[in-house]
Design a protein around this ligand. Sequence first.
Ligand SMILES: [Zn+2]
Ligand SMILES: [Zn+2]
Length: 316
Amino acid sequence: MYQIVLFYKYTDIEDPQALMNSQRQLCVGLGLKGRLIIAKEGVNGTFEGTTENISKYVSALKTDPRFADVHIKLSDGNGDAFPRLSIKVRNEIVSSHLGEKDIDPRKTTGKYLQAEELHQWIKDGKEFYIVDMRNDYEFDVGRFAGSILPPLKNFRDLSGILPSIASLKNKTVVTVCTGGVRCEKASGFLVDNGFADVYQLYGGIVTYMEKFPNEAFKGALYVFDGRVTMGFNLNDPKHEVVGNCWHCQKPAERYLDCAYIHCHGKRHFLCCDECLKTHEGFCSAKCKMALTVRNFYDKIHSIIKKLHVQKNHSTN
Ligand SMILES: [Zn+2]
Ligand SMILES: [Zn+2]
């Protein structure tokens, strides 16, 4: 049995390099794969390993006083979620490219809203607005009913979202993202820009889904590992598919990468079973044609090379 752990913590890391070395030793010893980003502002990581070794990792992590209260999110793995182990030191644990306007979530951030509280608010019909801080392709396959997606092509463009949600300045706003790490800065950014009542979903969507599967969050949760999307109790009749096939618009929640690696269109797209067959994994007829042409040239090229080798061989 494999498990995937997801966690982050904003805390002072005086010597990121030293932490990188000790973390590497710990992860290699436990045979974990995945990634960890370490910065002076904190850590952000996700690993897969056997259930036993993930539990050992979490215990070891928590013995460090800086991470004693780290919020751990666990979900089922498949043994193949990450190709390798990567532990790196960076300037930020999530790049927000805010430059001089950078937010320090240890000083400015939205109020934590527990999954149970959010669930209650939704049930009570309280007036508030869920602002999704993820990318459009994450939103497409799963989202809170009625939530707002600001035009955020990438989290790095955070400063561009303000005009689209300006009308919410005096409303109650709850920011959401996968595991909560993006909301730490995003909610702080809203507070910093005069939003009056800003909350962030503590532990992120993954925590809400684990506690309330197939409730207010509809569809599947996009994750940045080999699973691509995940959910809890996806076979429950209450599970709703909210994504749409890129080709035929029918419900779909499986992402494909276009079979042509130099794709002209939507490199990463949702595709239903039927269209997977008919379009053979391509996003478009153009990509299918491009691969056919490329393969043809590659064949010609290898024939010419072979002839060349034979010619050299015979002259020697
Ligand atoms: Zn389709
Ligand atoms: Zn394509």
